[in-house]
Design a protein around this ligand. Structure first.
Ligand SMILES: Nc1ncnc2c1ncn2[C@@H]1O[C@H](COP(=O)(O)OP(=O)(O)OP(=O)(O)O)[C@@H](O)[C@H]1O
Ligand SMILES: [Mg+2]
Length: 1041
């Protein structure tokens, strides 16, 4: 029945992890029966519900019992522990395998969502694989009278489309093992070690060996285990002697790579292949599942792309073939993982539709024995007939006898081969068991260092003992007193451990990179129990002191994040809450008190510590491959580009500098991660396989070089030119600071905002508005004049550079750029643009009153093209100014696109003539006006002191005074605002000691005082002015009334 073999799908939700608890995450997943609902944290009304074969709630309602097992708080509670998961999923696989069906279990989910926890388990919380093996052997033992059982166990890893045998006794073959295709067997891995097993202990020990190989592979080839797939295969063969039948089952247990997709928000096109190609196997698996799901829905599917990746080749029968398959999709419950969790659920939903065609298997080996036996029976018959015939007996019977012996030998060989292999494997097992026992004994006697890996599955796997005396540590395998480690940036002889007088110290060899507790070390340093060591670029170890020094402390807090946080703190990036003493909560509930840190800041912090080791590794690879570029992490303040100057968001970028000519590139986080992966590929090809000295011999063409990029203009920083004065039609002349992403002063920019007439003539004081709403519905014209840039830091660093200023104005669809200016620290820009709003809207007015023009400073380097303003989508007035506030722009017939500007030249000329006439008329009128004013003044003075003023023009004069007062106030506000910005940016220096901090506090108080005084002064001045105007007005109106 087709329905019977649909892929069974389960989902499991894990508890919050440390990061999520600290970030004060909210749980966005809920379960009811087998239905799981996920809620969009940004839009709580958006919920999606999915139904699966099983749903496991492992998020809350649990405790850790005395044996270290996570179990439900109350008996019968909803918490699904490892045992429950096994009963629902593992038991079925076990039964299928015993019945002779192929069975597959896949774990899918984002990094850190609990795939390995479910599949392999941690400590006493054993996962599906070890429990399955244990139950399998238990079942087999119970039937051993009637059934002989053989199990072959193998374990492999697929990393970057290379197959690594995790149980291999020999070294790693370069390029990995090959996947071949055979008519009968389908795809298989050539030369993969398959170890005969007959006990669960043996399997566990093999898994331990596999994990150890995975750990060394990860450091050796500089790989990230989250990007690798682990595939455990157990071939189970049951020979039922009485019934004379053999059942065979291939069990595949797959812990897939983390399923993170590259988020669209951060994704920009990279010249080189994109991040999504990083895991071809995972992408192809998705495609295969989609195609099979479509086929199950009756859609026409021509091709299932099994052959496109190593993983899908090996899983061909598990997906749509001869296998009973189960998928467990693991989820983080947290709001910050919403996108990933939703994508996992969608993936699982598709997988649910896949239909397989499982059959009970008959072993080819058994068939061969059967065939051989049948052939022998025939041969014997012929032999007896030959004897009766009596002709040509000699020769023919000789041949028949030879064939018979050959067949019998073959049968025997097939039957004894298993015994032979099993004996060999047991011998191996015994030696390894002895090694493990020896290791346990050593742990009780000597200090040692313990590896700490980004993937908690691989942490604590490698233990290197420091016995008495001096011990070299490094790549070298030379002497008997050498501890050999591999890893990026590790020297042949890297450091020396000295264990004497019940103390251990470490001395780096000259030139070797060594950090202890986050700080670089160049001299002999005493080590304390639980000190953190980083050797080379990123080989992280925890030092475990003498047994007498070890207490009951919880070592688990010294995880990979801890190491990186220490490095970040040393670089001045610090989130205090992160380093507070805290026990890893086990209740599954978010701990209170840690949730104060802004989650977005925390996310940036975690990004930062995630990238620290990657940047160090990239630098090491660049150095070894002579690439001459250096990478540096930077935290960008996105307020730079915000037109309201909001100081909320930050992001990470990587600055790439060429050491030779100081060329600079800025890479986004996503681009860097992608490039880092490609660098690893190049590094493996050039150094990993071929030996270090050959690195220079294989130069990579630039277009494929992940270390190189064509030069592009660089965003150096931004300045904010506040637009409020335009709402009052007050001209503004400013010297604004251009601030870099880290708050450094990149330049000073002289800029002006000039309200003007449609023809570009400056407005007079009488045009100043008291109430900006007067602008509504009226035309507003202004000019932006960028005069000069002073003190360009970009140019001070290197003279052969240039700059441009880019900016966007309100709803103009394009960015405007000033022409490029080169080789000058204080270049003149003299760039003037005229903008017109034909009928000022409320939106534009709001914009003017609350926003700034963000003036972006772009750095140019020799060989990179200038940026040019595009005219597309821009509209202009007949006078040649750019139209803003288009929604309220009038009759489009008066507006023309820049393409038609030439057609308008003649009318422009006519208008200019009109304008000239108007100008001279205006000048004459002004002159006359002035004379009249003078006469009036003189008249009023001579009209006698003590007499009240009398003029009909009282109102306009009052308004003008108010306008002037406002102008003064506005100008003082500009400097108050600058003072506020200075205060915001004012931070203690990274190296500040106590004295430094005191100085900082004093300075801060001074700035605050200045700020307060200035503010106070401005407000008082305005109050006084207004009061005076009001008083005057009252006096006058009182007298006149
Ligand atoms: N159901 C669970 N109960 C308790 N802890 C869990 C559970 N699931 C996962 N964890 C914890 O979460 C952490 C990450 O889990 P795990 O290593 O299984 O993730 P993963 O999906 O295998 O990640 P990667 O893709 O990096 O291999 C581990 O420390 C693990 O102990
Ligand atoms: Mg894992």
């Amino acid at each position: 029945m087709a329905g019977k073999d649909c892929v069974k799908v389960a989902v499991r939700v894990r508890p919050f992890n440390k990061r999520e608890r600290e970030a004060g995450s909210r749980c966005v997943v809920s379960m009811s029966g087998n239905a799981i609902t996920i809620q969009d944290p940004r839009n709580p009304h958006t919920r999606r519900t999915f139904t699966f074969d099983y749903a496991f709630w492992s998020h809350s309602g649990f405790i850790r019992n005395r044996d270290g097992l996570f179990v439900a708080e109350e008996p019968g509670g909803r918490y699904a522990d490892q045992g429950n998961v096994f009963n629902d999923l593992g038991q079925g696989i076990l039964e299928n395998a015993l019945q002779g069906y192929n069975a597959t279990l896949l774990a899918y989910g984002q990094t850190g969502s609990g795939k390995s926890y479910s599949m392999v388990g941690y400590g006493p919380n054993k996962g599906l694989v070890p429990t399955l093996c244990e139950r399998l052997f238990r079942a087999v033992k119970a039937n051993q009278e009637s059934c002989q059982c053989q199990m072959l166990f193998s374990m492999l890893e697929i990393y970057n489309e290379q197959v690594i045998d995790l149980l291999s006794k020999g070294g790693r073959s370069p390029g990995g093992l090959r996947v071949r295709e055979d008519q009968q067997r389908g795809f298989y891995v050539e030369g993969l070690r398959r170890v005969p097993c007959d006990s669960a202990e043996q399997v566990e020990q093999l898994m331990e060996q596999g994990t150890r190989t995975r750990t060394t592979a990860a450091t050796h080839i500089n790989a990230n285990s989250s990007r690798s797939h682990m595939l455990i295969s157990a071939q189970l063969k049951q020979i039922f002697t009485e019934e004379n039948i053999t059942k065979q089952s291939n069990i595949n247990l797959v812990d897939l790579a983390g399923s993170e997709r590259q988020r669209c928000s951060g994704l920009e096109a990279d010249r080189l292949k994109e991040g999504t190609a990083i895991n071809v196997s995972l992408t192809t698996l998705g495609n295969v599942i989609s195609s099979l799901a479509d086929a199950a829905l009756g859609k026409k599917v021509v091709h299932i792309p099994y052959r496109d990746s190593v993983l899908t080749k090996l899983l061909q029968s598990a997906l749509g073939g001869n296998s009973r398959t189960v998928m467990i999709a693991t989820l983080s419950p947290s709001d910050i993982c919403y996108e990933e969790s939703l994508s996992t659920l969608r993936y699982a939903e598709r997988a649910k539709r896949i239909q397989n065609k499982a059959v009970v298997n008959e072993s080819p080996t058994e068939r061969l024995v059967k065939e051989l036996k049948a052939e022998n029976a025939k041969l014997l018959l012929r032999l007896s007939r030959l004897g009766q015939d009596g002709r040509k007996t000699e020769e023919e019977s000789k041949e028949l006898r030879r064939l018979l012996t050959h067949n019998e030998m073959q049968i025997k060989a097939i039957q004894t081969l298993w015994e032979h292999h099993l004996q060999e494997a047991l011998k191996d097992w015994e030696t390894q068991y002895a090694t493990i026992t020896q290791e346990r004994r050593m742990m009780q006697m000597h200090p040692y260092i313990l590896n700490i890996n980004e993937d908690p599955q691989l942490s604590g796997v490698v233990k290197l003992f420091i016995q008495e005396g001096d011990w070299d540590i490094g790549l070298s395998e030379g002497t008997s007193r050498t501890i050999t480690i591999k890893g990026l940036g590790i020297q042949e002889r890297h450091a020396v451990f000295t264990n004497e007088d019940r103390g251990v110290s470490i001395t780096p060899v000259s030139g070797a990179k060594l950090m202890v507790n986050g700080l670089p070390i160049t001299y002999r340093t005493e080590l304390q129990h639980l000190d953190r060591l980083i050797l080379g670029s990123s080989s992280t170890y925890l030092f475990v002191g003498f047994p007498c020094e070890r207490g009951a402390e919880d070592w688990s807090r010294y995880d990979y994040d801890y190491f990186q946080s220490e490095l970040a703190a040393a670089a001045g990036i610090h989130i205090p809450t992160l380093c507070e003493e805290q026990s890893p909560g086990v209740s599954g509930e978010p701990s209170v008190g840690l949730a104060q840190t802004d989650p977005s800041l925390l996310a940036v912090f975690y990004d930062y510590i995630k990238l620290i080791p990657m940047v160090t590794e990239a630098n090491q690879m660049s150095q070894e491959l002579n690439k001459g570029v250096e990478f540096k992490l930077e935290i960008k303040n996105l307020a730079m580009s915000d037109c309201r100057g909001r100081d909320l968001e930050k992001d990470i970028a990587v600055r790439v500098t060429s050491l030779e000519n100081k060329q600079v590139w800025m890479w986004s986080k996503v681009k860097f991660v992608n490039r880092k992966f490609l660098m690893e590929e190049v590094y493996q090809q050039q150094v990993g396989s071929g030996g270090r000295q050959e690195a220079e011999r294989q130069p990579l063409p630039r277009d494929r070089d992940p270390f190189w990029d064509p030069l592009e203009p660089l965003h150096l920083g931004s300045a904010h030119l506040w637009l409020q004065s335009l709402a009052f039609r007050i001209p503004l002349e400013e010297q604004v600071e251009v601030l870099g992403p880290e708050g450094t002063e990149e330049a000073i920019l002289q800029a002006q905002l000039l309200p003007c007439s449609p023809m570009g003539l400056p407005l007079g004081e009488e045009d100043i508005l008291i109430d900006p709403t007067e602008l509504l519905g009226k035309r507003l014209d202004f000019q932006l004049f960028l005069e000069q840039c002073c003190g360009l830091r970009w140019l001070k660093e290197a003279k052969n550079r240039g700059v441009q200023i880019g900016f966007r104005v309100y709803d103009c669809p394009q960015t405007f750029y000033t022409p490029a200016v080169w080789h000058n620290v204080n270049p003149l820009l003299e760039h003037r643009l005229h903008f017109s709003a034909m009928r000022t809207s409320q939106d534009l007015l709001n914009y003017l009153q609350s926003s700034a023009l963000v003036l972006e400073l772009w750095g140019l380097q020799e060989g990179c093209a200038d940026m040019v303003s595009s005219m597309e989508g821009l509209r202009m007035t007949p006078e040649g100014s750019f139209i803003i506030d288009k929604a309220s722009a009038p009759d489009p017939s008066v507006l023309e696109s820049p393409g038609c500007v030439s057609d308008l030249r003649s009318s422009m000329r006519a208008l200019h003539q009109d304008l000239e006439q108007l100008r001279s008329a205006n000048a004459a009128l002004r002159k006359e006006n002035n004379t009249l004013r003078e006469q009036l003044n003189r008249g009023s003075e001579s009209a006698g002191r003590g007499r009240p003023e009398r003029r009909g023009s009282l109102r306009p004069s009052c308004d003008a005074e108010l306008a002037r007062a406002l102008k003064v106030f506005y100008h003082s506000m500009t400097s108050v605002r600058a003072q506020l910005q200075r205060l915001r940016r004012h931070r203690p220096s990274e190296e500040a000691d106590l004295l430094g901090l005191r100085l900082f506090v004093d300075e801060q108080s001074r700035l605050l005082r200045d700020f307060g005084e200035q503010l106070e002064e401005s407000v008082t001045a305005l109050k006084q002015d207004v009061a005076a105007i009001v008083r005057r007005k009252r006096e006058r109106s009182g007298i006149w009334s």
